[in-house]
Write a protein that binds this ligand. Structure first.
Ligand code: SF4
Ligand code: SF4
Length: 489
């Protein structure tokens, strides 16, 4: 048993990350606010241990994907792009247009249902392990803060100290680095919206030519800087809608980061020479009230109070408590991933009816999504009569109508396009040089002129079917109206 933990009163041990856990009526208060509603700054001790090592590997993989994402191309298209301005979206290299909104909506439903299924089974693991907010905050910004300002105790002391030259230098260094990183993150987000090519163009070109892009660049940088420098865990507690919803998805069978109160209580400090039998006889459990689990918590809560809305399942408290258990020679896992049922009743993880229903819905949505993606037409054609034009009669007596043609090429190759009248004989001419090639993932627009003998028309409006072909293969048939004289001559 480590001497460093023996005989030390709780008050002299690790200070809480925040002050809020000192409030006995903790359920009525935010962990990061005092009774007057003032913010209690969270000074979290650096996490370390088995879970942290795994989390670090996952985080760096995700950070790599996040920053490389806009530059990765599949079939020449971005891996992920949400160009709201041009209404073009790219998911896994597949370009989606506003016409594909149904597919996009189903994809969003798959994403949301996936999160619900995952949350029902494994709580807020997404938040602590994969959410960009936590990944960047805990693995990048907080790590830099430790490097510049020291651990939690040193940071607390620095903040309380008067403004000396040393303190100013440290604070300026930290905030300059935070601002620079926020600029990089803001630009990365912008490249997910407008595409990396356009972003590089904004950076390389005269900024005054890209007022909107520059405005968003500055706005995103300021938002990320404010978030990572000041707002931090408050974003997860107050703003994130998923954080608010998650409590409705948890039940007694959900695996969450949980304190085994049956094993840990009654908590009491470990006195020098105190044996396990003596603690049992005194009705003390394994928790020695060292508060290491509270000291490392980035949301400032005490997990021993039970599952709380602030907990992001980051597992830092598991590592902290396991280290203590090792030192006092007790089994690890006083804080662990467990369901309430497993702690209360010793039940193993159960695949509940609720999870099965959610999984069934998720499976159906995935099937629908795949069907929609694979049955999606290669092109999307709109053929509308040119605005303001009625019809014209040629010297030979034929009737002419002018149309505006728009074709979206959803494939990853350029498509040469031919148009043919399908249900009536007549002439169809593509204006310009008569050739139409729609580049991959692009929209092409042109005018076409259709001529038909008046005898073939039915009254003043005749239904026309036009086939859209590429390399001899019909890709789509569109219908439109052909306008002629009220009575045929
Ligand atoms: S209670 Fe534990 S798992 Fe939850 S946020 Fe705090 S340290 Fe992370
Ligand atoms: S749960 Fe573990 S880390 Fe937390 S106070 Fe008890 S012994 Fe210490």
């Amino acid at each position: 048993m480590s001497d460093s933990l023996v005989g030390i009163e709780p008050a002299k041990r690790a200070p809480a990350a925040s002050q809020a856990e000192k409030l006995p009526d903790f359920r009525d208060h935010l962990a990061t606010a005092d009774r007057q509603g003032h913010r209690c700054w969270v000074y979290a001790q650096p996490a370390s241990g088995r879970w942290y090592r795994w989390r670090k590997q996952v985080s760096w993989l995700l950070i790599g994907i996040m920053f490389a994402g806009p530059f990765i191309r599949i079939n020449g298209n971005p891996l992920l792009m949400m160009n709201i301005i041009e209404r073009r979206f790219s998911i896994l290299g597949q370009i989606f247009w506003p016409q594909d909104m149904v597919i996009f909506a189903v994809a969003m439903l798959v994403f949301l249902t996936g999160i619900i299924v995952f949350t029902t089974g494994f709580g807020r693991l997404w938040c602590g392990w994969t959410c960009p907010q936590t990944v960047m905050m805990e693995m990048v910004f907080r790590r830099l803060e430790y490097l510049i300002e020291g651990n939690a105790h040193e940071q607390r002391a620095l903040d309380a100290a008067p403004w000396t030259g040393k303190k100013i230098v440290r604070k300026l260094t930290k905030h300059a680095i935070f601002f620079g990183l926020s600029f990089i993150i803001g630009n990365t987000l912008l490249s997910y919206i407008i595409g990396s090519d356009q972003l590089l163009q904004i950076i390389g070109d005269n900024p005054l030519n890209h007022g909107a892009g520059l405005t968003f660049m500055i706005l995103f940088t300021l938002i990320f800087y404010a978030n990572f420098a000041r707002f931090r865990e408050q974003a997860c507690t107050f703003i994130c809608p998923y954080g608010r919803f998650q409590s409705t998805m948890l039940d007694e069978n959900t695996m969450v980061v949980a304190y085994d109160h049956k094993r840990g209580e009654n908590r009491a400090p470990l006195h020098r020479g105190q044996s396990l039998e003596q603690r049992r006889a005194a009705t003390f459990g394994d928790c020695i009230n060292c508060r290491q689990c509270v000291a490392v918590c980035p949301t400032g809560i005490d997990i021993r109070n039970g599952t709380q809305m602030e907990c992001i399942n980051c597992t830092a408290c598991i590592d902290a408590c396991d280290a203590i258990m090792e030192k006092i020679e007790r089994p690890a896992g006083l804080i662990r991933f467990a369901s309430l049922n497993s702690i209360q009743n010793g039940e193993p993880f159960r695949f509940t009816a609720r999870m099965k229903v959610y999984l069934g819905v998720l499976g159906a949505l995935i099937a629908l999504f795949l069907f929609l993606v694979f049955s999606r037409a290669a092109i999307d054609t709109t053929l509308l009569r040119a605005p303001g034009a009625l019809f014209q009669q040629t010297p030979e007596g034929r009737i002419e109508n002018l149309y505006t043609l728009k074709i979206i090429n959803k494939t990853s190759r350029d498509l040469p396009i031919e148009m043919k009248l399908e249900n009536l004989k007549g002439d169809l001419r593509v204006m310009g040089d008569g050739h139409l090639v729609v580049p991959k993932g692009q929209l092409a627009q042109t005018s076409i002129l259709i001529e038909i003998q008046p005898l073939l028309l039915h009254g003043n409006s005749t239904k026309l079917e036009v086939g859209v072909y590429s390399n001899g293969k019909r890709l789509q048939t569109v219908t439109t109206a052909f306008v002629g004289p009220r009575t045929s001559p």
